[in-house]
Design a protein around this ligand. Structure first.
Ligand SMILES: NC(=O)c1ccc[n+]([C@@H]2O[C@H](COP(=O)([O-])OP(=O)(O)OC[C@H]3O[C@@H](n4cnc5c(N)ncnc54)[C@H](OP(=O)(O)O)[C@@H]3O)[C@@H](O)[C@H]2O)c1
Length: 256
């Protein structure tokens, strides 16, 4: 893939389901990838387990904390060089499972503080350090930014992603277009990646998977690697004229 060889990439939430697949794909394409986690030991373990497949450095990052954002970028610059790829993949999971009737202000503010404010402040700092270099950024959205969750496919005991998740993902898409417009003239591209459901037997009951797959044109859920290849495309120079775009990778679920 054109334009990832020798680049430095920072992936937030890099040890999670999609973050791992995206980091490995960027590493495979020749980027040095900073593996960010709130827990540095977790990032170090991930790097230890994947060191054969690419060049990685572990970094600590808590997106709810501005000092941590600044320190993380310093760490990436010192350990690998100036990052010119950002994959804004992390999403706060803690506290998002309260039922709708029990939601409180903090259910929204904590999520927005991490997913939206954290990533935008990180992106801004990264651009400040580019010193004229071009760069690309990929913000992870979700189909639930674009369509409502179909309650009929959720078996008893399983709830759809909550309202604040849809809202925060829609915010990521809005921010993507705003930042793309802000930084286009500096050669910084900003796009959003909009995945549908990822197959993960650990997370989904069989009944849900069956009903979900019936809603897709391709008749299956996505593999994490299929989202990773779209992320690598957007991050790379292969997408050199793509900015302000939301790329939907959902097997056709939202297209009919
Ligand atoms: N999985 C899906 O089906 C799916 C579908 C559509 C879109 N998405 C989107 O794709 C992205 C990845 O999803 P996933 O399922 O792979 O998520 P995941 O496995 O739950 O990983 C999310 C990561 O976010 C990190 N994180 C949480 N709070 C943080 C904070 N305050 N600061 C820094 N990092 C923080 C966590 O890393 P640490 O605990 O290591 O810090 C966690 O590993 C998310 O944005 C999600 O909304 C996922």
């Amino acid at each position: 893939m054109n334009g990832l060889q020798g680049r430095v990439a920072l992936v937030t939430g890099a040890t999670g389901l999609l973050g791992s697949a995206i980091s490995r794909r960027l590493g495979f394409e020749g980027a040095t990838v900073a593996i960010a986690s709130r827990d540095i030991a977790k990032a170090e373990r991930w790097v230890g387990e994947n060191k054969e497949s690419g060049k990685y450095i572990p970094v600590q990052l808590d997106l709810s904390n501005e000092q941590s954002i600044a320190d993380c970028l310093k760490c990436v610059v010192n350990g690998a060089g100036v990052p010119s790829v950002l994959v804004a993949n992390a999403s706060l999971r803690e506290g998002v499972s309260l039922p709708f009737e029990k939601l409180i202000h903090a259910s929204f503010t904590n999520l927005f503080a991490v997913d939206v404010a954290g990533h935008i402040l990180l992106a801004r700092r990264m651009v400040e350090g580019l010193d004229g270099r071009s760069a690309s950024m990929v913000f992870l959205s979700s189909i639930y930014a674009q369509v409502g969750a179909d309650r009929r496919i959720y078996p008893q005991g399983m709830s759809p992603a909550p309202v604040q998740y849809s809202a925060v993902k829609a915010a990521a898409e809005g921010a993507t277009r705003w930042l793309a417009a802000q930084w286009g003239s500096r050669g910084v591209r900003v796009n959003a990646l909009v995945p549908g459901g990822i197959a993960s037997s650990a997370r989904q009951p069989e009944e849900f998977v069956r009903r979900y797959t019936e809603k897709t044109m391709l008749g299956r859920m996505a593999a994490a690697d299929e989202v990773a290849s779209a992320a690598a495309f957007l991050a790379s120079d292969e997408a050199s004229y793509v900015t302000g775009h939301c790329l939907v990778v959902d097997g056709g679920l939202t297209a009919w």
